[in-house]
Ligand binder design. Structure first.
Ligand code: KE4
Length: 427
């Protein structure tokens, strides 16, 4: 596979961009080699600067659920751009998207649009503290909620990928306000609340974890979080930046029948543009300025081009057929990959919820971060490099989720399974 142009671009990039990338996981540090520089994408495919084509299971880390350059999304964006790209003033488009979001997830009575998942979660937790008058937050080891200061302790995603336990630059005073406990461990949550529940503003959770690799909630886990937070007067915040409009049109809260107090959204809702959101109970959200005293703002919040892309995504996803198609494709991919690893005698635990998934090189269940860390990340690196060489672009970390889109064909999946068989023979 020719890689000369990507390599030359990488050597230029590292001189002017930290690590040559604008987000750490893109650097391939955990899997070895330097990343291909992508030039264009279409449907299920990426094409790099050297003309190599890949079946894309990263999909911009989740947003591109309809595949790249979906005609309806492209048309909506082109039309929006022709009307101007940013006004810094309210538009009908934002009202329409807010109405779609609140219709999709009944727990979201009022919603504020922002520009990134980090901003959505940071704002939701400031609101939870402002609403409850309490300071502490409970999160879960291996869950990642963006890079705001208080949330980088024992986080997943890039910190897990790079093996960074926490980040320098976060004042101890901030970190001390975040308590992190094992995912799927209700007893640990109970114990944390018993020892100080009246100072806890909120529990923030990825209802299906994606940032330690895909780890579904254990039966009763989410219900337990709802009970405990209610009992102690804390808020339950579902970080659905990854799962929102991904695992179901109404997100994980629809799939598991749980009503959080606040929800954050991102990725799919932005249709591939910098758009995210946070929302929830009206009595809580109306504490947000200018309706209330909790301040949050953003120059490009509700940007008309981004909102147009999000609306185009949701108009198609609301029809429902996409989720049936994604479940069938996910099951086909899972069965194929499980068969390959079993046939090669390789330990493999495969976690999947709909069209988000992770194959762990582990012979034990993966139900939390500690168990995820037992996976053979070195073997994953070799697998990743072999798959890439055979035109399959996986998430470049054992501790990330992969995604399918409605543009992935049966042939794409069959090619992926064949590539996995070739890779498995070398592991
Ligand atoms: P952003 O600020 O990257 O838009 O969203 C942060 C975020 C918040 N919550 C959840 C559940 C998330 O998964 C994310 C971002 N996810 C990572 C990938 N696991 C984005 C990829 C990256 O960091 O480059």
């Amino acid at each position: 596979m020719e890689r000369g142009k990507s390599q030359a671009l990488y050597e230029r990039a590292v001189r002017v961009i930290p690590g040559g990338v604008n987000s750490p996981v893109r650097a391939f540090r955990a899997v070895g080699g330097n990343p291909p520089f992508i030039e264009r994408a279409h449907g299920s495919r990426l094409v790099d600067a050297d003309g190599n084509e890949y079946i894309d299971y990263v999909l911009s880390w989740g947003p591109m659920i309809l595949g790249h350059t979906h005609p309806a999304v492209q048309q909506a964006v082109h039309a929006a751009v022709d009307n101007g790209t940013s006004y810094g003033a309210p538009t009908e488009l934002e009202v329409r998207l807010a109405e779609k979001i609140t219709a999709a997830a009944p727990s979201i009575e009022v919603v504020r649009l922002v520009s990134s998942g980090t901003e959505a979660v940071m704002s939701a937790l400031r609101l939870a503290r402002g609403f409850t008058g309490r300071d502490r937050i409970v999160k879960f080891d291996g869950c990642y909620h963006g890079h705001s200061d208080g949330l980088l302790s024992k986080a997943g995603s890039g910190l897990a990928t790079l093996g960074i336990p926490d980040s320098p630059g976060v004042p101890e005073a901030f970190a001390a306000l975040t308590l992190s406990v094992p995912f799927n461990d209700l007893e640990a949550v109970e114990q944390t609340f018993r020892s100080g529940g009246d100072s806890i503003a909120a529990v923030v959770v990825e209802p299906v974890a994606g940032n330690m690799g895909c780890v579904p909630p254990a039966p009763g886990f989410l219900e337990g979080l709802s009970r405990i937070t209610r009992e102690y007067g804390a808020l339950l915040v579902f970080d659905e930046v990854m799962t929102g409009f991904r695992v179901a049109y109404g997100g994980a809260q629809q799939l598991y029948g749980i009503t959080p107090d606040l929800t954050t959204l991102g990725k799919v809702v932005g249709g591939g543009f910098p758009l995210a959101a946070y929302g929830g109970r009206r009595d809580i959200m109306e504490k947000i300025a200018p309706a209330g005293p909790v301040y949050q703002a953003g120059t490009l919040s509700g940007n008309p081009v981004a909102v147009s892309a999000g609306l185009a995504h949701l108009e198609i996803l609301a029809q429902g057929a996409a989720y049936t198609q994604l479940e069938v494709a996910g099951a086909r991919l899972e069965a194929g990959l499980r068969g390959v690893m079993a046939g090669a005698g390789l330990p493999c635990t495969f976690n999947r919820v709909g069209s988000m998934f992770t194959g762990f090189f582990s012979d034990a269940p993966v139900r939390n971060y500690e168990e995820a860390r037992r996976s053979d990340a070195t073997r994953f690196g070799a697998y990743f490099r072999s798959m890439l060489a055979h035109g399959v672009y996986l998430a470049p970390s054992q501790f990330e989720a992969g995604f399918l889109s409605t543009a992935h064909s049966d042939d794409d999946i069959d090619h992926t399974i064949e590539a996995a068989a070739r890779a498995a023979a070398t592991l």
